[in-house]
Design a protein around this ligand. Structure first.
Ligand SMILES: Nc1nc2c(ncn2[C@@H]2O[C@H](COP(=O)(O)OP(=O)(O)OP(=O)(O)O)[C@@H](O)[C@H]2O)c(=O)[nH]1
Length: 584
């Protein structure tokens, strides 16, 4: 890429041969871009423009903005060289805005340099300096193809344009060192030219001429015809100042030929004015006028306004030298007006530039704000989503924990109930166990005593149960006991206490029940017991029950009450069984 800044002619030859080998469309665009820039470096701007336009015609700016703006910059450079800087400015500014918005620093640096050169062509040196200085800072921050030394050379050029030669020297020297070290010959030749001119315009004319000659030789080496022409022109100016006008004239003639060859009207005008100046100094106003007349054909178009002012200035001087003072005066007045117009135009342009810059910066600020808002909203959304996810997870976890706790609780309760049942319920008859029966009796009896209420208690024992077992088998014995339990549960109230306290021995307790009522109920129950054998399909079996009944009033404790019931039972058994005896 740096080749065209070293030996652009070689690049032209190489790229031209590549183009002749019919490359693909996309390759061709790239080749044309390089070729355009190489032509620009050789100051062959019309050829540079042709290549840039040819490439631009084949691409879609919307689809390939990066490529489009690069090519637009190449075109802007070519237009600048052709004196159409104002047209070029829009292309370069668009590229700069796009590059900034898309953080394309390489293109940004290129656009800054192009904008600077355009401003310099338009004599807006403040703006030119500002663009180059921005480029300088950018290239210091980023590692780009255009180095700070390149921008130093550009800044030197602005100072030189303003005739601030001493300010220009350190910038050119910075660039010179870099170009020598890296052997970038075209740029070295250009920089030596600038440096030489700076010296030639200060006290050290000898050093200036030496540097300008080195620049010219270097330019010839790399076929940079115009570069050599610039050097010749500068050498001539220095020689004129030293009074060596003959030597100067021959350098100017060479320079003019080379600039004409390169179709560079600006420089042709400059050389012709220089030649006119020499003729004037030598007292040949007629010769001077012929040089000036030659410039008229060249200075056509808006971009030549500053040059036309210079031409008229010279023409006015020639009129004065010829003694035609009136003509000289009128021309001077016209020139002053033209100069004012130019100043006004430049001020207008500056205003426009400031306005555009303000708008671009405002847009940029707005974009940044929108970006920030977007980012904030996104973060907020993400946080909300995260919170939502956490909440869902938390609720889910709580549900799981609750379900687990409920299951554990339920399971525990069931387990407890099972244990309680095991402890409180007799497995065979489903009646209360001995422990539970005595416990309930104790409790209910307590209440009865406290409230002075009825409470009856009976102990029941199946008669000759051993015989049943022995005769019909243990299984039938079990069936009898089971049927007895079922019968008892169905016969009495749920508030009555019905328990099995021994193998075939039962305790029934009846709260709020008098002894007489209990006696009636039990007798009826004893009759029902006799039907159990039929219900368990063993009708031949004779089943009866002996009962000892007591009322709460017969004792003051449960133990005593049960003992009394037992005593009554004993009586029932011993008096022949199948009896109910009330303790008395
Ligand atoms: N099938 C069965 N027999 C039981 C169960 N519990 C106790 N027995 C039996 O019941 C019988 C009780 O006999 P005993 O105490 O002599 O009294 P009995 O034969 O009823 O005689 P009396 O009470 O004097 O009428 C014993 O043979 C025990 O083995 C049981 O759960 N199932």
């Amino acid at each position: 890429m740096n080749d065209f800044r070293d030996d652009p002619q070689r690049v032209v030859d190489k790229v031209s041969s590549l183009i002749s080998e019919s490359p693909s469309t996309s390759e061709l665009v790239g080749l044309r871009f390089v070729l355009s820039r190489a032509y620009s470096a050789l100051v062959l701007h019309d050829l540079a423009l042709q290549q840039a336009d040819a490439a631009l015609n084949t691409i879609d700016p919307e689809a390939e903005p990066w490529l489009y703006h690069h090519l637009a910059l190449a075109k802007a450079e070519a237009l600048d060289g052709l004196g159409r800087a104002q047209r070029a400015e829009k292309l370069a500014r668009d590229a700069l805005v796009w590059a900034r918005q898309n953080q394309e620093t390489e293109m940004q640096a290129h656009a800054l340099s192009t904008m600077g050169y355009l401003k310099l062509t338009l004599s807006a040196t403040d703006e030119a300096l500002s663009f180059f200085q921005k480029g300088y800072s950018l290239s210091q921050r980023e590692n780009l193809r255009l180095k700070p030394e390149d921008f130093a050379a550009m800044i030197g050029l602005v100072h030189e344009y303003r005739e601030e030669y001493e300010l220009a020297v350190p910038y050119f020297e910075q660039a010179e060192t870099y170009y020598r070290q890296n052997n970038i010959r075209l740029e070295l030749a250009n920089t030596l030219f600038g440096l030489g001119q700076a010296y030639a315009n200060t006290d050290d004319v000898e050093e200036g001429l030496r540097l300008l000659l080195e620049s010219a030789h270097l330019a010839i080496d790399i076929n940079d015809v115009q570069g050599a022409a610039y050097s010749y022109q500068a050498i001539a100016s220095a020689l004129v100042r030293q009074g060596e006008r003959d030597a100067a004239s021959s350098y100017l003639e060479d320079a003019l030929t080379l600039f004409a060859q390169a179709k560079n009207p600006f420089m042709q005008i400059g050389v012709l004015l220089e030649q006119a100046n020499i003729a004037l100094i030598e007292g040949n106003p007629a010769t001077a006028m012929t040089f000036i007349d030659k410039t008229e054909a060249l200075a056509k178009g808006d971009s030549f306004l500053p040059h036309r002012i210079k031409i008229n200035e010279m023409r006015s001087r020639v009129f004065a030298a010829k003694g035609e003072f009136e003509k000289a005066y009128v021309l001077m007045l016209e020139n002053q007006k033209a100069n004012q117009r130019l100043q006004k135009e430049q001020n207008g342009q500056r205003l426009l530039e400031l306005k555009t810059r303000f708008e671009v910066e405002q847009q940029q600020a707005q974009n940044d704000l929108l970006k920030e808002q977007n980012l904030r909203q996104q973060t907020q959304l993400q946080n909300e989503q995260k919170m939502q996810r956490y909440s869902i997870a938390l609720v889910f976890m709580l549900i799981v924990i609750c379900a687990l706790m409920f299951w554990l609780y339920n399971n525990g309760r069931q387990h407890q109930r099972r244990l309680e049942n095991l402890a409180n319920e007799d497995g065979l008859t489903r009646l209360k166990t001995r422990r539970k029966t005595l416990e309930d009796v104790e409790q209910q009896l307590g209440l009865a005593y406290r409230h002075n209420d009825y409470f009856s208690l009976a102990i029941l024992d199946l008669d000759h149960f051993k015989d049943i077992n022995d005769k019909y088998g243990h299984q039938v014995g079990d069936d009898v006991l089971r049927a007895f339990g079922e019968l008892a549960v169905n016969a009495f109230r749920s508030t009555d206490i019905i328990g099995r306290i021994g193998g075939e021995e039962f305790l029934f307790a009846f709260p709020h029940t008098s002894g007489d009522d209990a006696e009636d109920m039990l007798k009826q129950f004893a009759e029902s017991v006799k039907h159990i054998p039929e219900n368990i399909n063993t009708p031949q079996l004779a089943l009866s029950v002996s009962i000892g009944l007591v009322s709460a009033a017969s004792a003051s404790t449960s133990t005593q009450l049960i003992a009394n019931a037992d005593a009554a039972l004993y009586k029932a058994k011993s008096s022949g069984r199948d009896k109910l005896v009330v303790f008395s």
